[in-house]
Design a protein around this ligand. Structure first.
Ligand code: TXA
Ligand code: MG
Length: 319
């Protein structure tokens, strides 16, 4: 399958989903909408297909991929699930929550998916297109966000093509923006029932504390063995221009992304609504990146609820 040719845009109807499944089956790369961001999917049981994800994204080989599954039964074939995952799966699957669990020795996954880690990240997405695609595939799908490594994550088919056109076989376009707009929450669940939040996301700590006991303090990206989600290490989500945070107003050369009372050239949410802000975050960063201003400024966003995830991404964009 030649990925250097133009990328095909496929409408996300039944025929398009069948076509995407066919491309994936023979080892191709297809960008797919999810409720968080667009993912770049390939069959997770094929070393060649998975290698093409790393190549198309320019992703460092030490950064493992999330495996997307149709549900608990498929997850059980890939990982041993600590008891505490039961309640998390009941409450959060399908949805924007990824679980890092011990990898089964007999899991049929390309080794590059887990980048040599003894664990695997599993997610069961709720987006109807991704659900239909998983149902049409009799293999799990590895899918990182569908952007060149280090660039802003995509929440529309146009964002995907902005950095991956000609590098992937197809993009499934449902004509909509991804609803949550920010990547899934990642939790590591330990055998003793202990858990750590490796990446903040749409399922916030308040939501988790309704069914998991509170952690003494959130240790983002920090397991007992140090930094644990390798992708959380480096500067990420970079719009290609300097980013200044907590800006109350713009300087002359700056494109201002507003929030609440801080009016900007665009706004995350005029009403100060954090859910709306998350859903608009990457679209605003894409607009700012393509503006004629040489720098980007962003209004303060409160560190509550999904605001933690927004600020996490903004700090990386500014790093
Ligand atoms: O919402 C999402 O999670 C999106 C959609 C497409 O599902 N995917 C996504 O993938 O954000 P990506 O590759 O951009 O981020 C995956 C993160 C990386 O930080 C990676 O290091 C971490 O998950 N990760 C993957 N496997 C892991 C593992 N076994 N242990 C710890 N972290 C892992
Ligand atoms: Mg990413």
């Amino acid at each position: 399958m030649a990925s250097k040719d133009a990328t095909e845009t496929v409408r996300a109807d039944a025929a398009g989903i069948a076509r995407a499944a066919g491309i994936l089956r023979v080892g191709g790369l297809v960008a797919v909408p999810t409720e968080t961001v667009y993912g770049l999917a390939a069959r997770a049981d094929s070393a060649e297909a998975v290698a093409r994800i790393y190549e198309a994204k320019g992703r460092p080989s030490f950064n493992p991929l999330i495996v997307h599954v149709s549900g608990r039964r498929e997850a059980e074939r890939l990982a041993t699930l600590p008891a505490a995952t039961d309640v998390v799966m009941e409450q959060c699957w399908p949805g924007p929550l990824t679980l890092v669990c011990p990898l089964r020795a007999d899991a049929n996954l390309a080794p590059a998916v887990t980048a040599g880690l003894p664990t695997v990240a599993l997610r069961c997405p709720s987006h109807p297109v991704m659900q239909a695609l998983l149902a049409a595939c009799d293999f799990p799908l590895a899918a990182p966000s569908a952007n060149r490594s280090g660039f802003v994550s995509p929440t529309s088919a146009a964002h995907v093509l902005a950095t991956l056109d000609g590098r992937i076989d197809a993009v499934l376009d449902d004509g909509k923006k991804c609803e949550a707009g920010i990547e899934s929450t990642i939790l590591a669940i330990r055998d003793n029932g202990d858990w750590d939040e490796l990446r903040p996301g749409p399922v916030d700590l308040e939501g988790l504390h309704r069914f998991l006991w509170p952690r003494p303090e959130p240790r983002i990206g920090q397991g007992d063995s140090g930094i644990e989600a390798p992708g959380q290490l480096s500067s990420h989500y970079a719009p290609g221009k300097p980013v200044r945070l907590n800006a109350e107003q713009a300087e002359a050369v700056e494109f201002l992304i507003g929030f609440g009372p801080v009016e900007g050239d665009v706004t995350l949410s005029k009403d100060g609504d954090l859910t709306e802000a998350a859903s608009r975050l990457y679209a605003c960063l894409h607009v700012a990146a393509h503006s004629n201003r040489s720098r980007i400024a962003v209004a303060p966003v409160p560190e509550t609820g999904i605001g933690r995830a927004i600020n996490d991404r903004l700090r990386r964009a500014a790093a």
